[in-house]
Design a protein around this ligand. Sequence first.
Ligand code: NAD
Length: 353
Amino acid sequence: MDVFESLTGEYEQIVYGHNPDTGLRTIIAIHSTALGPGLGGTRFYPFPSEEAALRDVLRLSKGMAYKNAAAGLDLGGGKAVIIGDPATDKTPDLLRAYGRVVDRLGGAYVTTADVGTNSADMVFIAETTKHVTGTPDASGDPSPNTAYGVWSGMRAIAERLWDEPSMKGKRVAVQGVGKVGAELARLLADEGAVVAVADIDAVAAGKLAAELGADVLDAADVLAAECDVLAPCALGAVVNDASLPRFRCRAIAGAANNQLERPEHGEALRTAGILYAPDYVINAGGVISVAGEVMGYGADEARARAAKIADTLRDVFGEADAQGVSPALTADVLAERRVRSAERTFGGPGGSR
Ligand code: NAD
């Protein structure tokens, strides 16, 4: 078996951790530490196979490398998965055992919460490693800063499409009114945007709509809503072969991760004349908030950095136009460029900072 094949020439390190007493099975992937420690969350999920878990952790750690680089953070990309059902398999002892695996990496990987883990879990992990962020007494819930970053990023959209840095009077359809979507809807409504919301939780959507005086859209139809900006704040893969012909929006800009089902859907949006804010650029407010614990800044600086997402998007849209390619592709190129320039400065893969 070629064990290095899974590194595909791109990743610095993959670590497998096992603890028979607690049932821990974890994989940690570090994409790059050229810019700094690899920061990314721990996903606790009942993967159907070990191969599926490996595939996911590789994809997600690379995604974090791009997200952190594009956000201007001096952080690399890392991610971890724990194979199991968080509802039944997650115990304090397992989390402590996992913390010991993280600790042995000496800070090359710094963890935080992700799907299946939360800030209370980070407290157990923090008992066995200091390389953890997002405990309740630290930077706190990143969602408000994520929403603020998306709202800020919409300035760049409004300038591009309407020559004005405001969403006042623009129609925005928000898909998903959870932690990020609800806060985003509030910020937009405060600004005078015409907000409509949709959620599979009809009660949550109705409650928020009443608070804001917003319309409620059917969750099954929100992607086809006639609007200026569609803000996906629920699931990934909302841009796909089936949804593309249904879009009735001028732009797509929201918090959801991995909005494009396949990379070529970025170009398909450009062809359709829909301006797309690359997801990992516009939703970086959350990681910017958590990163303050590693980089040594607080909530005010996190907010100021989230506001700069608009500048990054201006650069992305400008360069995409100049090159005649999609913003999605341009964001990747800009992120790769930043990682590569750090590799030259710090000596390349291997984390020689
Ligand atoms: P959340 O779980 O609090 O909210 C998600 C909401 O979407 C829920 O209300 C859920 O009922 C709704 N939903 C699920 N499926 C839906 C559907 N088909 N149609 C309409 N609504 C649906 O999650 P969140 O923290 O608000 O995150 C939202 C998205 O943003 C996720 O994709 C997440 O990965 C991404 N994201 C979140 C953060 C953060 O700081 N929380 C940071 C970066 C990216």
